[in-house]
Design a protein around this ligand. Structure first.
Ligand code: PMP
Ligand code: GLN
Length: 397
């Protein structure tokens, strides 16, 4: 009888029932098993700066960070994060009370939501949303309320936020807005006017804001990354999230961070200490050095990704995709309908076989699967020759 009871009840708790294996793991496994070019999961195929890697080796050899680092992160890194926010954005944070080092941005997102959301609270998030947002909201017992970025095709295809829809999504139960700019997977960078409107709404409705800005250094053409925390009334109510994985091309190191007002950092830290307590000891020393690299590093990184964006965007256009040329991130979203296809899932499952390329169906980032069905995401954080080869294969489709 006991066996019946246990088999009737699924092992995974109900809050997480809808979350199986992440699409990134599934698609990377498919790339390996089929020997395809992996433009699915967003990780660079070349490591970040040699001097940063050397700094990690040095830390490890010198015994820095081989034992538990301090809970909030090593002081050198917290100071470097604060200096980075000041140098780039004129935002001043106290390294002791307003900065927290996390196990990548993923832990920062989870800890922030677990800390700030009560069961039943509504969390308004931009759809399509990065997959861990939905899972973290669910773990916190919150209710996600998606606001969909809609495709616009005139004058350069792009996904845009409808501010009226955003305003309409806020109710008396809304606890926080979960924002992401530059936005994964669409490549949209929110404009000054859009961010100002979000800030006004947050102040008017007294909402907290969690803003995922991990692609802050990857903005192209005329786009500019503006941190939400720099808008009027936002410094006290915003939790800003960054990641060394994206900015320095060391995604395996899992060093991320939070900057916010002291009460918000304390709340996030209270949760973080029971998730991982601490992580990435020696890598924290290396990232502290990385954040102090001269502006030329960040500019060169941006320029090299811009070149790659253009190679892939052109290849995809020539292969017949409708391309949403991204203003930021290292992803390009496409519409597959011009190819006579309409189901991104089916398309991505057969693409390795048909073309030897792996991509991500954007539908996984939607509650409204129909709205996301025709869109497919390709990552361009890969060597130029790899992108050219992928484009060549896709043209043969
Ligand atoms: N946020 C966004 C928007 C991302 O794209 C990613 C991962 N690529 C993360 C968070 C997670 O970052 P990390 O690897 O630092 O955990
Ligand atoms: N953020 C990466 C992407 O969007 C994936 C990271 C992960 O697999 N957790 O591709």
């Amino acid at each position: 009888m006991a066996a019946m009871t246990s088999s009737a009840r699924p092992r995974l708790n109900r809050r997480l029932a809808e979350f199986g294996t992440t699409i990134f793991a599934e698609m990377s496994a498919l790339a390996l098993s089929t020997g395809s070019i992996n433009l699915g999961q967003g990780f660079p195929d070349t490591d970040g700066p040699e001097e940063v890697r050397e700094a990690a080796v040095r830390a490890l050899r010198d015994g820095h960070g081989n034992q538990y680092p301090p809970g909030p992160g090593i002081p050198e890194l917290r100071t470097a994060i604060a200096a980075h926010q000041l140098r780039r954005y004129g935002l001043s944070f106290d390294p002791d009370t307003e900065v927290l080092v996390t196990a990548g941005a993923t832990e920062a997102i989870a800890a922030a939501l677990l800390a700030l959301v009560e069961p039943g609270d509504e969390v308004v998030a931009l759809e399509p949303y990065y997959d861990s947002y939905a899972a973290s909201i669910a773990m916190a017992g919150g209710t996600r309320v998606p606001v969909t970025l809609r495709p616009h095709f005139a004058e350069g295809a792009a996904f845009r936020l409808d501010l009226d829809e955003l305003r309409a999504a806020v109710t008396d139960r809304t606890r926080l807005l979960l924002i992401n700019t530059p936005h994964n997977p669409t490549g949209t960078v929110l404009t000054r006017a859009e961010l100002a409107a979000i800030a006004e709404l947050a102040v008017e409705r007294d909402l907290l804001v969690v803003t995922d800005e991990v692609y802050e250094h990857l903005v192209f053409d005329d786009a500019e990354h503006l941190p939400l925390a720099s808008f009027p009334g936002m410094r006290e109510r915003t939790v800003t999230i960054g990641s060394a994985g994206k900015t320095f091309s060391f995604t395996g190191w899992k060093v991320g961070w939070v900057t916010a007002a002291p009460e918000l950092v304390s709340a996030v830290r209270a949760v973080k200490q029971f998730l991982t307590y601490v992580s990435s000891g020696p890598f924290q020393y290396a990232v502290a050095e990385a954040l102090a690299l001269p502006d030329s590093y960040f500019e060169e990184f941006r320029r090299s990704m811009l070149t790659r964006r253009d190679i892939l965007a052109q290849g995809l256009t020539e292969a017949g995709f409708e391309v949403f040329r991204p203003a930021g991130t290292y992803f390009v979203t496409t519409d597959i309908r011009p190819l006579g296809e309409k189901d991104g899932f089916a398309f991505c499952r057969t693409l390795p076989e048909r073309a030897g390329v792996v991509a991500i169906p954007n539908a996984v980032f939607y509650d409204d699967r129909e709205a996301g069905a025709p869109f497919v995401r390709f990552a361009f954080c890969k060597r130029e020759e790899v992108l050219r080869e992928a484009a060549e294969r896709l043209r043969a489709l």
